[in-house]
Design a protein around this ligand. Sequence first.
Ligand SMILES: NC(=O)c1ccc[n+]([C@@H]2O[C@H](COP(=O)([O-])OP(=O)(O)OC[C@H]3O[C@@H](n4cnc5c(N)ncnc54)[C@H](O)[C@@H]3O)[C@@H](O)[C@H]2O)c1
Length: 459
Amino acid sequence: MLARGRSVPAMPTDRRSFLKTTSLAASTLAFPAVVKSASPNSKLQVVSVGANGMAFSDIKNIGSHAKVQYVGFCDIDSTRFDKADAEHPGVAHFTDFREMFAKLGDKIDAVNVGTPDHMHAKVAIEAIRKGKHVYCQKPLAHTVWEARQMRLEAAKAKVVTQMGNQIHSNLEYRLGTRLIKEGAIGKVKEVYSWVGVTGNERNKRLAPAPAGKVPSHVNWDLWIGVAPMRDYAPCYHPFVWRDWQDFGGGALGDFGCHILDPVFTALGLNAPTHITAENSGVNDQIWPTNQTIEYVFPGNSLTAGKTLKVTWMDGGLRPDRKIAKMPDNLDLPKSGSVFIGEEGNMVLAHVAGPRLYPVEKFTGFKYPKEQGLSHWHRWVDACLGGEPTTDGFDYAGPLAETVQLGNVATRLAIGEIDQRTGRPLDLKTLEWDTNAFAFKNNPAADKLLTKTYREGWAI
Ligand SMILES: NC(=O)c1ccc[n+]([C@@H]2O[C@H](COP(=O)([O-])OP(=O)(O)OC[C@H]3O[C@@H](n4cnc5c(N)ncnc54)[C@H](O)[C@@H]3O)[C@@H](O)[C@H]2O)c1
């Protein structure tokens, strides 16, 4: 039964617009049976690149949407399909994502990218160029250039995207960002964000590990993918690749897109103009044990000054608890942010509800009602023609660029320590021109905006 005065949507010719039209028809006509009975194809057909680790968590959460059907699971390690198979039996297995894309072709509507960081851009951009919607794990990309390309490619292809920093949709971050936007602490003067982990938790090596025997269940060539080839060793796959500059992004790469996300959302940030880093020492293999990175952003109507300083710390470094003006019996969380406002401060732990200080100033403060949402279902709904995502690559791209700009500064901050001040002698501030995609004061640093791709694996 159709509502009076509404025309029946014309039958679209391709699968993507078909899904969108049937879903829109369902929502505007408030007649879900249209979708259910239209065709089995009214489900969003999804593949996952990566079948275990965080990719499995995403498979489970995306797959809990009633309109999702998996058509392919890809993993370079044949022992890593069990959990995905138990959750969604009978889905075809692949080892090489390129083969999966070629074989399944138009059967694929959308792609979940849950590989180690160094492969995100390669997989996501290939999917986007084929017109697929993409859910891609944080930190979106491995370099500044890749984050920029992912944003541009997604905009060009007009696909639906979402970065996998799922806490973006949680109640805690939604409430915290809302409080800042609504002026609970007045205009913001400064922000500190930090994470408790180090950038080299698992490997303290100065050079790649000696060659080990590649397990028969691992396709090492495909795991290396875009990166320069090196011998297999157990200190890379699974999970421990994070510490290595060729594959991960250290503590900032791992947590920056989580913890700086509410800072970006609350304050409408885009690109920093200045980045300064100092750290405990870094070589060209692994990330430092701890680091402090100062970003300066242009100010706006939510900031107290013409510029806003956002300081990132990791590896056990935290700001002085006194800046939050919290009661003496409380301490700052192990990971999170403190927003210093003209009329109070907000501590937003990773992950817990926002707290406003000093306590006496906020006694009786009425927190607005907010709700947590499923980050994964928001993406699926958007793919089916619903509300746009709030963490698409148009937003996540600049956030990921900022994170990776910090890592560029970190890799430059190698040097002798001034014994008097304890700071590196060659501490330099990088001046970033986002429109020109170049540093204004250090052309040599531009080469760290990207990386060398293995032959046959260029993007
Ligand atoms: N959002 C979060 O809270 C969260 C948490 C953990 C990890 N992550 C992110 O998820 C991604 C994966 O991290 P992880 O800890 O699960 O790593 P992992 O190494 O434990 O798991 C990666 C999985 O992908 C597979 N894989 C590796 N290369 C592949 C390729 N080229 N093609 C297909 N499969 C491949 C591996 O075999 C493994 O099953 C990273 O980008 C990480 O930053 C996000």
